[in-house]
Ligand binder design. Structure first.
Ligand code: CA
Ligand code: CA
Length: 463
């Protein structure tokens, strides 16, 4: 179709987040192929702090943002093997002066080596490194953690070995490690965590593109909570299930897996989790000019909220992209999330509650409950309003936290030349919870935010 010639065919949205994704030819330099590019966004953001707008003290939280994203990707094909690495920087400057870091820098580094060893063995070595400030979804895909504008580091090396044991059958071994760490933990609940995982698969190839597999996985998660009151909640998980992938040119376009997971926790006062988990990413080419991608997830994610061990996340995302003529396209996307916490909010003093308050002012902590009402004073100040001559009013006491969040995006792009594109977009990112905290004697939803962004983007280079 002639319409596709200038723009290139609409890319199949990769099911895996795509640091190596390309839409056009790169620059050849000997055996190397380079993709250098830069994009510049001019953004009007209504709430850069993700503050609750229910707060009585909430002020104007909006800001202009200039976001410059340089990217360079290098591809080195060596026979059947391939080495790629990519760097993307996020350089943000704000017009507001309320942020702790006025000019933010984030750095993403990805490495991937696909190696064919002999006829039957394929090795994949990956590294995903982020030095981030805003990009909390890198380590909290369910959306509990709010952007705090504090720097963190994530480091995720992994190794995958696939061994063919016949024309259609193979076995895989996947070893993963994640380490997440915040530099400074003042006024945030997360210090970091370390996770190790191991997975074995038996794969059966149905066709050139489609593979189904059965898997067994174990993982070990060790938390660092930045909490004086609550212990770290560590977990060990076991999962059994089945999955399938569809791939074109080594890029996975559809991946689905469903299983049963058991999580056993240590630390905190909680039972274990046992239940279904699912993760489905499908990209469908509806026509030569339109593409639909759908993501569905159901999984427990670790929590850093008070003493909660995890939250059960359900989410669905849909993205539709449509090309009009040779150089114009538009897209629309929506994500809906529900996060359910297993335990009711408990403010009461327990046998293991540490001394946190200095009741008599001699600078030595005495108790967590100076007013002797069996509620931890630090939490009582956050969640309760004192009532004259009676117990305080604590509307969230015993309530199981439940968050609902949505993300809506719409935009139109124009690509007058292969190496130049512009995009105008709008997105809205919002969340509500059923928890009420206190500020200046008034109750408000501390997990509420509602962020509107309008942006204009220029993209240049080899992408
Ligand atoms: Ca004291
Ligand atoms: Ca108390």
């Amino acid at each position: 179709m002639a319409a596709s010639l200038i723009f290139g065919p609409i890319r199949l949205a990769s099911a895996q987040s795509g640091p190596f994704q390309t839409v056009s030819q790169g620059l050849n330099a000997g055996r190397f192929i380079f993709y250098p590019s830069v994009s510049i966004d001019f953004i009007n953001d209504s709430n850069v702090l993700y503050s609750s707008e229910d707060l009585p003290s909430s002020v104007d939280l909006g800001s202009g943002v200039l976001l410059v994203k340089p990217r360079v990707m290098m591809d080195l094909p060596i026979g059947q093997s391939r080495i790629r690495w990519a760097y993307t920087g996020y350089y943000r400057a704000y017009t507001t002066d309320v942020l702790p870091v006025p000019n933010e820098r984030s750095h993403f580094f990805d490495f991937e080596a696909l190696m064919q060893v002999g006829r039957a063995l394929h090795l994949v070595i990956r590294e995903h490194y982020v030095r981030g400030i805003q990009e909390v979804q890198e380590f909290d895909p369910g959306g509990e953690v709010i952007v705090s504008h504090r720097p963190f580091t994530t480091n995720e090396p992994s190794l995958q070995a696939d061994l063919d044991i016949g024309a259609r059958q193979s076995v895989s071994y996947v070893l993963g490690h994640s380490r997440v760490h915040y530099d400074v933990v003042a006024d945030i609940a997360v210090q970091g965590y370390t996770r190790d995982s191991m997975e074995g698969r038996y794969n059966y190839r149905l066709s050139m593109t489609d593979t189904v597999y059965g898997f067994a996985a174990i993982e070990d998660n060790e938390q660092d909570r930045a909490s004086f009151l609550f212990q770290d909640v560590d977990s060990r998980g076991k999962t059994l299930g089945v999955g399938g992938t569809r791939a074109f040119n080594q890029e996975v376009t559809t991946a689905a897996r469903v299983g049963y997971q058991n999580l056993a926790f240590t630390g905190g006062s909680t039972g274990n989790f046992g239940g279904m988990v699912a993760d489905i990413n499908a990209s469908l080419q509806l026509s030569e000019t339109s593409n639909l991608s759908v993501t569905v997830g159901h999984a427990p994610y670790q929590s850093f909220f008070l003493d909660q061990p995890y939250y059960l996340n359900d989410q669905i995302s849909v993205r539709f992209l449509h090309q009009i003529g040779s150089s114009v396209y538009w897209e629309i996307a929506g994500t809906f999330r529900n996060n359910a916490y297993p335990e009711g909010l408990d403010l009461s003093v327990r046998p293991d509650t540490p001394f946190t308050e200095d009741c008599d002012g001699d600078r030595i902590p005495d108790s967590s409950d100076c007013n002797n009402n069996d509620l931890i004073d630090g939490l009582e100040r956050l969640f309760c309003v004192p009532q004259p001559g009676g117990p305080p009013e604590c509307p969230s006491m015993g309530v199981k936290r439940n968050d609902r969040a949505s993300l809506f995006e719409i935009g139109v792009g124009y690509r007058p030349r292969q190496r130049l594109g512009i995009f105008i977009g709008y997105n809205n990112d919002r969340r509500h919870s059923n928890i009420e905290q206190v500020s200046q004697g008034q109750f408000f939803d501390p997990f509420h935010y509602d962020v509107d962004r309008v942006f204009f983007r220029i993209e240049m280079g080899w992408r």
